[in-house]
Design a binder for this molecule. Structure first.
Ligand code: GLC
Length: 420
């Protein structure tokens, strides 16, 4: 009887029928990309108005690493400032203790989402986040420029470097003095771990730490992958790439300043926007493969969860259910090119029309390489930091790939000794 009552109450809350529940002021952490105010904040605020609540947007730092650091400070202080939390796919094991179990509120809605993401968000039997969007690394290219130079989108890193050099030299000679061949994320932060994992995995160098928790990074293919990427810096990529996050990269590419860009799906809708200088000139293909390897895309994405310290857990959970439901996911896919986590939306003609890559490159998303967050649990941020630091050292020519992976293996084994 009690269970039945709780389920009914949760169902009413989830549908926003909150009569008598009182008006709440909720703060949602949306992310910080250019489309987030429009495709997260606006929808959350509309929901608030319809349901008698006030919803505020928390503007998260642009870097996933800074975002996590701030959140952890807030949790340590048991702060109730943020009610609805954007949870990166690599965070559930790190912040699980500060998140509410959403199962009593979800009414089984998670069954419509990709099972692997639901599993990732289920820690010790608790559903700590509802899947919101999924990400995988993609190669964006300027279709008009490849056509102009009679080149095809590259399928290997070598071909990418050759095409980048050809077009860069041609465009510079024609007057575009700062034109770049390739831009990617190489700042010392989580984004570099994502890019570097793609290089290493696509060279056949494994996944840093394998599914059993064994440290696998110290191998020649991984070393070669990092050395190859170092060869791009200052040749086909600007030296400034060592300080680029996603939005810096997009800034260069979208203003017409580069031939290739590695980025997540969100950059598609912005590149196609009415005021984008490259509208209609962009294509997307899977990232290239290394010698003898096959293409690899890092799995990213976000969930929405409720802070245990929220003063309005029920209303916050209802907002999470609305924001992660099919209506909002569809709008976010069409307008913001955020890949849905609801399986059926990949058959929706409007979603596929706005984002042809979501259909054409579906295998890229379904076979993306996960960072070793589940197996390393609470230690993941340390593991990732060690990885991006090593990659950054190689890219800035402080050490070579072989030395970097040898030292990194030592560091990771040391972290592992404190248990993961
Ligand atoms: C994107 C991904 C996320 C990743 C981050 C790194 O936001 O969705 O998983 O950690 O980029 O910068």
């Amino acid at each position: 009887m009690r269970i039945a009552f709780t389920r009914l109450a949760a169902a009413l809350l989830a549908t926003g029928i909150t009569a008598g529940a009182g008006a709440a002021t909720l703060t949602i952490s949306c992310g910080s990309n250019a489309a987030d105010a429009e495709y997260c904040g606006k929808f959350a605020q509309e929901w608030g108005r319809r349901n008698g609540h006030t919803v505020k947007m928390y503007s998260a730092p642009a870097s996933a690493t800074d975002n996590l650091a701030l959140l952890r400070q807030q949790f340590a202080a048991k702060s109730s400032d943020i009610d609805v939390i954007l949870i990166d796919v690599v965070w559930p094991g790190v912040i699980k203790d500060h998140l509410v179990d959403l199962k009593p509120y979800s009414q089984g809605a998670e069954a419509r989402h990709f099972p692997a993401i639901v599993a990732n968000n289920t820690v010790d039997g608790r559903l700590v986040g509802m899947p919101w969007y999924t990400d995988a690394g993609l190669l964006y290219f300027r279709r008009d420029l490849l056509d102009k130079y009679k080149l095809k989108p590259p399928t290997t890193w070598d071909a990418l470097a050759v095409a980048a050099k050809t077009v860069m030299e041609g465009e510079r000679a024609a007057g575009a003095k700062d034109f770049q061949g390739f831009v990617f994320q190489a700042k010392a932060y989580e984004g570099l771990s994502c890019d570097a994992l793609e290089w290493v995995a696509s060279f056949g160098g494994g996944e840093l730490v394998d599914k059993t928790g064994a440290v696998t990074i110290n191998n020649p293919a991984a070393a070669r992958a990092l050395d190859t990427a170092a060869g791009w810096v200052g040749t086909i990529a600007p030296s400034g790439v060592l300080n680029y996050g996603e939005e810096d990269t997009r800034g260069v590419f979208q203003t017409g300043g580069a031939l290739f860009m590695r980025n997540w799906p969100y950059a598609w809708s912005l590149a196609q926007a009415a005021d984008s200088p490259i509208k209609g000139k962009v294509g997307i293909v899977p990232l290239p493969a290394g010698p003898g390897g096959k293409p690899a895309a890092t799995l990213g994405g976000a969930q929405l969860g409720v802070s245990k310290y929220s003063k309005n857990v029920a209303a916050a959970a209802a907002l999470v259910m609305y924001m992660t439901g099919a209506e909002v996911q569809k709008k976010r896919a069409i307008g913001g090119s955020y890949n849905p986590t609801i399986v059926d939306l990949y058959k929706d003609p409007e979603v596929l029309k706005a984002n042809p890559f979501m259909g054409d490159l579906l295998p890229v998303f379904t076979s993306a390489v996960a960072r070793p967050a589940t197996v390393t649990g609470l230690k993941y941020p340390e593991v990732s930091r060690a990885f991006w630091d090593s990659a950054h050292d190689v890219l800035s020519r402080k050490i070579n790939g072989a030395e970097a992976v040898r030292r990194l293996e030592g560091k990771l084994k040391q972290i592992k000794r404190q248990a993961w």
